[in-house]
Design a protein around this ligand. Structure first.
Ligand code: FE2
Length: 374
């Protein structure tokens, strides 16, 4: 394998223009309680709801928003539903990485023509606030990309959902938008999924990390990052690599019981403030050894932030040709060691913190060992 390469994203005609991430929908065991966690700990505002009280008999969905980030938490009332089966198999996890488009019908046709497995034919939904067209295709595992066309809609979320005018007061933590969403796939499948994003969705390969960059004594992964044409949507894809012991990607695949979304990176423009708030509210982050900070400035050069403050918050630093970035990773946010979050503040850097992978892995492995899975 080669060392990382940074390629320019080509600007040829984009058959799948994307405006960004529309929403991330999770299938969970208890949406009411998950919604409370995202409101109290993460400062998301409950903006819309669908469930028995709004005429939806078999499920309940809570729509939470912070700036441009929209999470939907869905639980089922029916033990035989697709939602319940998904949750039973995978635990709480991301079902839909939904993309905001101007034309959901063309998005479906163009990708299915190129080999995408259909999930949902273009479907028009309507209420008093207008119309939305939604379609969907499968990606890795049971994860789905929905295409959401909402240019003719003014409602709170989607037809079928009701606005929640009297939601509880929340204090946002400064999260702005989804920076990237990472998928874990099986050993030997990374390139297949990179090709899927290239051939079926018109994405370009942006970066490659190989096992030399990001292996530790015990576990390793391979990672490639694909991006859409305008760079608004970036999907790193990981697969396990050989190590002396179990890779963290393997641990994920074992517990999620298949490929799925590993982490969601959310952008802030004040990471010190955001992380301090989240810590006060009980969100747990991976521990970074103090020694990480001894020589970090030799590696990344000058940063504007106070190093002691970054150290106190366990924030990681990395640099590329365009600038630097600050990032930190939470522990998994459910009992299975599966999905976690990354908080990222970009100060010019366009990369993903390759220089931190080793430090991060050493930290993740300490956590893994504590669960007896290393
Ligand atoms: Fe990331």
């Amino acid at each position: 394998m080669e060392t990382p390469t940074l390629e320019t994203v080509a600007t040829d005609v984009d058959f799948l223009p994307l405006n960004g991430t529309d929403h991330l929908e999770f299938y969970v065991g208890n949406a009411k309680q998950s919604a409370y966690y995202y409101q109290t700990a993460w400062g998301y505002k409950l903006v819309a709801y669908a469930g028995p009280e709004t005429g939806v008999r078999d499920r309940a969905s809570y729509v939470l928003q912070q700036d441009k980030i929209r999470l939907v938490l869905t639980t089922s009332m029916d033990p035989n539903s697709e939602v319940t089966k998904h949750q039973s198999q995978h635990g709480d996890g991301v079902k839909f990485l939904s993309l905001w488009v101007d034309d959901a019908t063309a998005s479906f046709n163009e990708t299915v023509k190129r080999g995408a497995r259909p999930y949902m034919e273009p479907t028009t939904m309507e209420d008093e606030f207008g119309t939305v067209v939604v379609s969907g295709i499968y990606t890795y595992g049971e994860t789905v990309h929905k295409f959401v066309e909402r240019k003719n809609y003014k409602g709170a979320f989607l037809p079928g959902y009701k606005a929640v005018p009297n939601a509880m007061d929340v204090t946002p933590v400064g999260l702005k938008y989804v920076d990237h969403c990472v998928g874990n796939v099986e050993l030997g499948k990374m390139d297949e999924w990179v090709e899927f994003y290239e051939n079926v969705m018109g994405f370009k390969l942006l970066l490659t990390f190989d096992d030399k960059d990001i292996s530790t004594e015990y576990s390793a992964l391979m990672s490639k990052v694909v991006s859409n044409g305008n760079g608004y949507v970036k999907f790193p894809i990981n697969e396990p690599a050989d190590g002396k012991k179990k890779s963290q990607i393997e641990e994920y695949l074992d517990f999620y019981r298949g490929p799925g979304v590993q982490h969601i990176a959310v952008e802030t423009d004040d990471i010190l403030e955001t992380v301090a708030d989240l810590r006060r509210r009980g969100v747990e982050f991976l521990y970074v050894p103090e020694t990480y900070y001894d020589d970090v400035l030799d590696r990344v050069g000058h940063v504007e932030e106070d190093l002691e403050a970054l150290k106190k918050m366990n924030i990681l630093i990395d640099r590329d040709d365009s600038g630097y970035l600050l990032q930190i990773f939470t522990k998994p946010v459910e009992d299975r060691p599966t999905l976690f979050y990354e908080i990222i503040q970009r100060k010019g850097a366009k990369s993903f913190g390759k220089g931190n992978f080793k430090a991060l892995f050493e930290s993740i492995e300490r956590e893994q060992a504590s669960r007896g899975n290393l």
